[in-house]
Design a protein around this ligand. Structure first.
Ligand code: AMP
Length: 427
């Protein structure tokens, strides 16, 4: 038997009802903040990710699904392609490619879609997973560098999670400074690591040379006491970065979004500058990050684009769903009515009635004239319908249908004209 590939999974009803509810809420909230959707390809030129995410990150060194794509015609060159491990790089590539900077305004873009990383699969960690992300990017003259944008994004996330009904989230906040700060901090880390790195894992040994910041991403338990004692990034921020971070924090306080400072949170991608953040959830165990993001001033230039500071985030939709389910949040998508044709020749009449009701906004499912009444009732119960509507010859002729509420057993005749209103959920 052929099975889904390790680390991938099928999403089935009723879980997909919750996925749809989440995505509908996301679109609703994002629209209220004036974000608009962007859809970029699922695969891109490999160098897009190595140049943006960073040569020495876990993603680029171990996790990308990359292949050499042979040209089909002699004129077509072979090319190294990669299934996107994240979507910010693709959005920034599209921003540059389509000259969105020429619009002169802030681009507030969002995406929903699958991402791919060859990670060790476990609960909350998959090789195909889904991200919901958003970016604010634009020329500095449009205000893209303002800490007000950081605060707006963080406040929007708090609102989104609140409106989804998620309670147990914590916002962890940090600033990784600008490129010059990080160069000084990397040097300080290199110096501090020198006497101890020989006892650390192979990744840390390599990174202490190439990109010491990435040592802070290390998850090896034996290395943690050493990492805890390393210098803190806050001591290396220059005055503008310090002021910027203070401004973000002041705005969050002003709107009442709670946060905690976590100086180890430097995020696993190289392109971040200044504000970085994660929202974690207590019920997710080892994979506690529901979402992560931050500012990426300089990313566009590193991809040969114009100066285009930006800030964005990616929600791990799989983990968001797990967190909601852990809190008992379910999708509310019940069936209003099960329509039961009773007797030979009643299928067309039932279909006509179902058509009227469905067009009037009723969620209805439809049986078959070959079913006996008992089987129709069983089918209605299995479908979790609130009402069953009997469509027999007499009902059609009289323009009145027998409607039974399954939970209470209450039954009454309802005129055809009033039926939709009677059955609709809002009722
Ligand atoms: P990142 O792009 O690494 O900043 O990740 C952003 C969010 O995506 C994380 O906080 C997770 O919620 C989610 N995520 C990242 N990798 C995976 C994965 N392999 N499986 C499921 N969710 C993931």
């Amino acid at each position: 038997m052929i099975k889904a590939i390790r680390g991938t999974r099928d999403l089935l009803p009723p879980d997909t009802d919750l996925w749809n509810r989440v995505e509908a809420k996301v679109r609703d909230v994002f629209a209220r903040y004036n974000f608009h959707e962007i859809r970029t390809p699922v695969f891109e030129d490999t160098s897009l990710f190595s140049r943006s995410v960073g040569e020495d990150t876990d993603i680029v060194t171990k996790e990308m699904f990359t292949w050499d794509d042979k040209g089909r015609a002699a004129s077509e060159k072979s090319q190294s392609l990669t299934l996107r491990p994240e979507n910010t790089a693709g959005v920034v590539r599209a921003y540059i490619e389509h000259g969105l900077d020429k619009r002169g305004t802030l681009q507030k873009l969002y995406y929903i879609g699958p991402q791919f990383r060859r990670e060790r699969p476990q609960k909350g960690r998959y090789r195909q997973f889904y991200q919901i992300g958003a970016e604010i990017i634009g020329p500095p003259s449009a205000g893209s560098e303002s800490p007000a944008r950081d605060a707006e994004v963080l406040e929007m996330l708090a609102t989104l999670l609140d409106e989804l009904g998620l309670r147990g989230w914590t916002l962890q906040l940090n600033s990784v400074g600008c490129a010059a700060d990080r160069a000084r901090y990397n040097q300080a880390l290199r110096d501090a690591l020198k006497p101890v790195v020989a006892t650390m894992c192979a990744d840390c040994q390599r990174r202490s040379e190439t990109n010491p910041l990435r040592v802070l991403d290390c998850k090896v338990p034996e290395d943690q006491p050493i990492i805890e004692k390393l210098p803190r990034i806050s001591q290396y921020l220059d005055e503008p970065c310090r002021e910027n971070f203070a401004a973000v924090r002041a705005m969050l306080a002003a709107v009442g979004v709670p946060y905690t400072i976590n100086e180890r949170m430097v995020r696993g991608l190289d392109y971040y500058t200044r504000t970085t953040f994660e929202f974690t959830h207590g019920d997710l165990g080892a994979q506690s990050a529901v979402l992560g993001g931050g500012r990426y001033d300089g990313l566009s230039e590193s991809l040969d684009g114009p100066k285009a500071p930006g800030i964005g985030f990616a929600i791990g939709e799989d983990r968001l769903i797990l967190a909601l389910q852990a809190e008992g949040v379910t999708a509310d998508a019940p069936l209003d009515a099960y329509i039961a044709p009773l007797g030979a020749g009643m299928n067309s009449h039932a279909l006509r009635l179902a058509r009227e009701l469905r067009r009037a906004g009723v969620r209805a499912d439809l049986g078959d004239e070959s079913f006996r009444l008992k089987k129709s009732f069983e089918a209605a119960e299995k479908a979790d319908a609130r009402y069953i509507v009997i469509v027999g010859e007499n009902e059609v002729a009289g323009g009145q249908f027998s409607v039974k509420e399954l939970a209470t057993g209450k039954q009454e005749p309802i005129a055809r004209e009033s039926l939709a209103e009677y059955l609709r959920r809002s009722q």
